[in-house]
Ligand binder design. Structure first.
Ligand SMILES: Cc1cc2nc3c(=O)[nH]c(=O)nc-3n(C[C@H](O)[C@H](O)[C@H](O)COP(=O)(O)OP(=O)(O)OC[C@H]3O[C@@H](n4cnc5c(N)ncnc54)[C@H](O)[C@@H]3O)c2cc1C
Length: 344
């Protein structure tokens, strides 16, 4: 009897999880192995700000109970980092030496917060927020009522910022080109949005760049941020929300084309016949615009994972979902965005 097809998925976020579920629904007999660097099974990252509303038990964030994976014959390998993909031999290598062969590979490794070049030397003084563990570190390091200095303020950061304000914390926002990313706005379109943030008590700093971060002790707030106009700002925690950098380093030997993300056809296939990509990591060909485009945001990403799985199983469906891109201030002075999936 022929061996069942082995589908390997790198990443257990929205895209990877949606793909695993769809593969299982479409083929009851295939083998599915999903690798993630996370310690926790799939949860919606957009729910992470909820730790500030008291949801500090990771079990409350899970999209599915851990038993789901066993019941559906999905092997979930947690805390496993893929370091290489051999695109000719069809083998994935893990950091701990193991190699795993695949018949099809879906890369759904997402991205991490992009840090502007001039701040990369200060990364150890900047708190992340991309995982449950990182969110809990911020929660634990921020004194009640304390101040966050937020550099950038993309829509992921602003989601957190609004929760921080709601829960009694203070925020200084240092505006840069990535503020409101992935929305692309003119200065005129930004002005009322920044005004709405000021109206909520955010200390908004425009026309100055963060150029240095230093630690402080002796009872002072834990961080001091130097601006290029000579000012210095204090905060208990410094965070940077400046858009995403894709996690593609391990794909360099995979014989796939890479620009900023993995380049895929509208059917989400890379330039290697056995490898697909979905989610924040991929740039999809748009024939009308003759360009590869990112489609950020959870609503796009979820559809991509399911679509890639159907195509891996033999369908030929193109990606044609592009969620409306709009941000505005409503009549109550609240910022609304089609990107957000906020829960009160
Ligand atoms: C705080 C926060 C709030 C957000 N709010 C919103 C929102 O309101 N609306 C919205 O649309 N989007 C929001 N987002 C963004 C949304 O969560 C992402 O678009 C979505 O998670 C991307 O899904 P993905 O499956 O592509 O990748 P991810 O969810 O980033 O998952 C990537 C997976 O790949 C794994 N991985 C990466 N590299 C490797 C490797 N080398 N080896 C093994 N595994 C690897 C990771 O461990 C992880 O399992 C928010 C994100 C955050 C962090």
């Amino acid at each position: 009897m022929a061996e069942p097809h082995h589908h390997v998925i790198i990443g257990s976020g929205s895209a990877g999880f949606g793909a695993a579920k769809t593969l299982r629904e479409g083929d009851p007999d295939c083998r599915i192995t999903m690798f993630t660097m996370d310690a926790i099974p799939f949860y919606h990252r957009y729910r992470l700000p909820e730790v500030f509303r008291g949801r500090t038990d990771w079990r409350d964030l899970l999209a599915k109970p851990p038993s789901f994976y066993e019941e559906n014959g999905i092997t979930l390998r947690r805390r496993c980092r893929v370091v290489d993909v051999d695109g000719s031999a069809h083998v994935v290598s893990l950091a701990h030496q193991e190699t795993v062969p695949f018949d099809s590979l879906l890369v759904a490794a997402g991205g991490r917060a992009y840090l502007p070049e001039n701040l990369s030397g200060h990364a150890h003084l900047i708190h992340g927020f991309g995982s449950f563990e990182a969110a809990m570190r911020v929660y634990n390091d921020l004194p009640r009522g304390g101040r966050v200095v937020m550099i950038g303020g993309d829509m992921i950061g602003l989601d957190l910022l609004l929760t921080l304000l709601d829960t009694g914390y203070r925020v200084t926002l240092i505006v840069n080109a990535q503020t409101f990313w992935p929305h692309e706005l003119t200065a005129e379109q930004r002005a009322p949005l920044l005004e709405a943030l000021r109206g909520k008590g955010v200390d908004v700093i425009e026309n100055a760049r963060a150029v240095g971060i230093s630690p402080q002790n002796g009872g002072a707030p834990a961080r001091r941020v130097a601006l290029d106009d000579g000012r210095e700002i204090e905060g208990d925690v410094v965070m940077a929300f400046c858009g995403l950098a894709t996690s593609v380093e391990f794909m360099l030997r995979a014989e796939v084309d890479i620009e900023r993300g993995l380049l895929v056809s509208p059917e989400l296939q890379t330039t290697n016949d056995a490898i697909w990509a979905a989610g924040d990591i991929c740039q999809i060909w748009h024939d009308g615009e003759k360009a590869y485009k990112f489609y950020h945001g959870w609503k796009n990403v979820r559809v991509m994972g399911q679509l890639a799985a159907r195509n891996i199983l033999g369908a030929h469906e193109p990606f044609d979902v592009d969620v409306e891109d709009r941000i505005w201030v409503d009549e109550d002075g609240e910022i609304q965005s089609t990107f957000w999936t906020r829960k009160p």
